[in-house]
Ligand binder design. Sequence first.
Ligand code: ADE
Ligand code: ZN
Length: 336
Amino acid sequence: MTDLTAFIEGLPKVELHLHIEGSLEPELMFDLAKRNNIDLPFKSVEEVRAAYEFTELQDFLDIYYQGMGVLQTEQDFYDLTDAYLKKIHSQNVIHTEIFFDPQGHTERGVAFETVINGITRALDDGCKNYGISSEVIMCFLRHLSEEDALKTLEEALPFKDRILGVGLDSSELGHPPSKFQRVFAKAKAEGLKLVAHAGEEGPPEYVTEALDLLKIDRLDHGNRSLENEVLTKRLADMGIALTVCPLSNYKLAGVTDMTKHPLKTMLDKNLNATINSDDPAYFGGYMTENYLAVYEALDLSREELETLAENGINASFCSEARKTEMRKQLNSYVSQ
Ligand code: ADE
Ligand code: ZN
């Protein structure tokens, strides 16, 4: 059988599920801590990496919120985003739709404007320097209140020209989508795209709520949908995209063995699955490593890999013109 490693490396890729704060590598964490005079509870980069052993989502989130504490100034957010873009450019990612968690910063006294200005300045430069197109999606932290989310939405509206949509992340269990129904209705009325993490740790019912109550345009993770056949068929019939994050699922123990990852089943059941990295600095890999992990463990064919790349383009929220351009780039690559 031919080895498709080089094919995967060169494949033009689209990323649709990436928390920019989750791309904070330990090296940059130390640099920013020094710059901002912050004491980290770790002595070295190695010690930080050693702490990245998670048994569930909450283990990761605790360390993730602690890590983002080094981000203070607009330049910090610029440097974070620029480092991510440099990395994905080396992996032939051509378009990315990034999440950010404003409440993780505003609750520490960092202004919304500081965060959005740093991120979008880096994205604009990334388009010029690397040719990577991008969109920004603002996530609400679901462990916080509806009221806090509404306040955050209000804070974001003056920057609406730079924010394409809203999402829902953080601790899933005990915080069902229904808690944010009014927030999402308001975001929709403002013309924002809607996505939500559901079925990562939470039950299939949370996916149903995200569809019926939040009216999402795209589903983040969605793995546990497979436990419900009716829901699985509904998702397939709708053609709604699932932003699947293989290494994240493995690291957060939703999937104990990569050979048991549900991606292949998803494709076999005609789900519109895409490959993404979620929090690459914490889960051991960016886009290429995520593609390689499922390719190796699930023995994916070249056609399946092409389908995944094409799904990423189709499921993106960018303009039709940009999609056409990306499809051309993908077609020319695969026909070589
Ligand atoms: N925030 C960052 N990464 C997350 C994930 N995988 N699930 C929920 N919230 C998150
Ligand atoms: Zn996520």
